[in-house]
Ligand binder design. Sequence first.
Ligand code: PPS
Length: 305
Amino acid sequence: MDLNVKTQNHQLVPHKGFKLINGTHDPDDVDQIYNLEIRDSDVFVVTYPKSGTIWMQQILLLFEAKGDVTAISKLNNYSNADLIPWIEVNGNRQAFITAPSPRLRVTHLQHHFMPAALSQRKGKVIYVARNPKDVLVSYFYFHKVANMLETPKNFDDFFEKFIRGDVYGCSWFEHIKTWYSHKDDMNMLFITYEEMIQDLHSAVQKISLFLGKELTDEQLANVVKHSTFNNMKKIPQASYEQVPGDLLNHNQGTFMRKGTIGDWKNHFTVAQNERFDEVFQREMKDFALSFIWDINDIENQLLVS
Ligand code: PPS
């Protein structure tokens, strides 16, 4: 999420079935994204917040640098988010028009705002999805850290807000269902955070194939090495460490927080979990997608295979 725009209040502004952040997004500008001309080399990473955006940004930057992490570290910017900007943030749409190829961008926007040309199979889209229970927990902590988001009263209150979709990104369920329903209209790779945790090497290989990247085995191995959680945590650009304290309250936590699967178990009460499952079943009943809910699921899967 873009942290470089200082906002005076944390108001979410309803706009065409979505919510924009006052001061960070300009509704008129966001509306014009739909008409952008798209080049075949354009790549949009689409995520619901806290689903692994910065992770994918790091992987794409490493592809461009052929796995050379020093090339990224030398770039004199706040963070990966500046190097692969958010298309919806004030000023970024205009810059996109004349930017040199390849134009790599990220977005949390819903599908209906995005360039119509994507649905004519121009450019590429990578949708990263994450188990919504872990998204909720990650988003709760991020609200405490990020200046432009309202500090949550407590976890219970935030839980209800997330379920209602009363957060930036709106309903997790609507986001994933809408985007997924358009996956065959566009050149889209749909990938999950959990499969990246499970086998980062295979995931990176899959992304590289999708983007038509020609990397040697050694370069690919370097992309993997420098996009692990522990290594990214050490790189200031990848961990938002350089973002000034008035935008990101570093005393309240870190952007690269835990980077794991199943942290929801440390936060949800039994009642909250039952309620979440109920909503999940209702919302996702016609949607054939399964998530790894617990790190032990991976171990069980490995035992079975
Ligand atoms: S944002 O603010 O929406 O752009 O956040 P986003 O980058 O989408 O998500 C942040 C969470 O992704 C975790 N992360 C990673 N996990 C595992 N491996 C790697 N390499 C990695 N990089 C980022 C990050 O720690 C946040 O999740 P939580 O659960 O809070 O740790």
